[in-house]
Unconditional design. Structure first.
Length: 303
């Protein structure tokens, strides 16, 4: 089943810019279409990370099917379902069973999951974490009647979820932290909560980043000890595995001294109004931009 759940939803008190984090589940065969949207930060379940037996179990128990069995015609869209849908589903299931059989045969050869799991990908459901400050172009393209039916359904669910969600108002230096609960006290101070305990903001960011990284394994351990261990591996690896650091962000206050804001990567002005950017985010500082060596400026050939 295709799903779209909002994990965190925030809006800047200074600019009104919204940032939203989704946990998505959709057919693996539309993943490449989602990946074309460059304004998205994303972490996704990985065929290289999930054990073969677990992947087979996932494919058998939650098979990805087309949601529209369109009849062959010229062009990219298949409008009508004037086919034997029952027989088509039987053929699809047969193909899945064949893929599972071949995957098991390849496993007996001792092949790695990064090879064997590729056989199963057409039948996988994909779990992906997506964070963005701009969704309008995505909705304009993917909610359209000519989009692939599966990604149109996903986009429709995401749009509906955003319409029904009320974002939390955050100020500069308060952090959008997916998977971490927030509580604002009567004095206006924002507190961060994990495992039913108040935690400092730095720990909240680290645990949130860890949970984003764990999407690669299709499971999530939010315990503080486990999360901090994963964060340490991410930030201290060579090279730094920085994609999971893209989901946390803090609002930019355009009226302030923005030379104080680390992480602003570029900006533009229009009629004396400034818009600031941090990586692919608008008017929010992305945590990744604060991590040393989060990207490579000049590649050196490895010996």
């Amino acid at each position: 089943m295709i799903k779209a759940i909002i994990i965190a939803d925030s809006v800047s008190a200074h600019t009104g810019q919204r940032i939203t984090t989704f946990e998505l589940e959709y057919n693996r065969f539309i993943h490449s279409e989602l990946m074309t949207h460059r304004q998205f930060s994303r972490n996704a379940a990985s065929s290289r990370a999930i054990p073969i037996d677990k992947m087979i179990e996932l494919v058998e128990n939650n098979t990805a099917y087309p949601i529209h069995w369109g009849e062959n015609q010229s062009g990219m869209q298949a409008k009508d379902e004037e086919v034997d849908i029952t027989r088509a589903k039987e053929y699809w299931l047969q193909a899945r069973n064949n893929a599972v059989y071949v995957a098991k045969c390849m496993r007996t050869l001792g092949l790695h999951k990064q090879i064997v799991n590729r056989i199963l990908e057409p039948f996988q459901m994909m779990k992906t974490l997506v964070t963005a400050t701009n969704f309008d172009n995505f909705f304009n393209l993917r909610c359209h009647k000519d989009a692939q039916p599966e990604i149109k359904h996903l986009a429709d669910l995401m749009y509906q979820a955003m319409q029904e969600s009320t974002p939390e108002v955050l100020r500069a230096y308060e952090w959008h932290t997916p998977y971490i609960k927030h509580k604002r006290t009567s004095d206006g101070e924002l507190h961060y909560i994990a495992d039913n305990m108040l935690i400092p903001v730095n720990a909240a960011i680290q645990i949130s980043c860890s949970c984003a990284a764990q999407v690669s394994y299709r499971k999530n351990d939010t315990s503080i000890e486990k999360a901090l261990a994963i964060y340490d591996k991410l930030v201290n690896s060579e090279p730094v595995h920085a994609s999971a650091f893209e989901h946390c962000a803090t609002p930019i206050d355009p009226s302030g001294e923005n030379d104080e804001f680390e992480g602003i990567t570029h900006w533009h002005s229009y009629r004396n109004k400034y818009t600031f950017y941090s990586g692919n985010f608008t008017n929010w500082v992305q945590y990744r931009q604060l991590i040393p060596n989060h990207d490579c400026k000049k590649y050196k050939e490895q010996q």
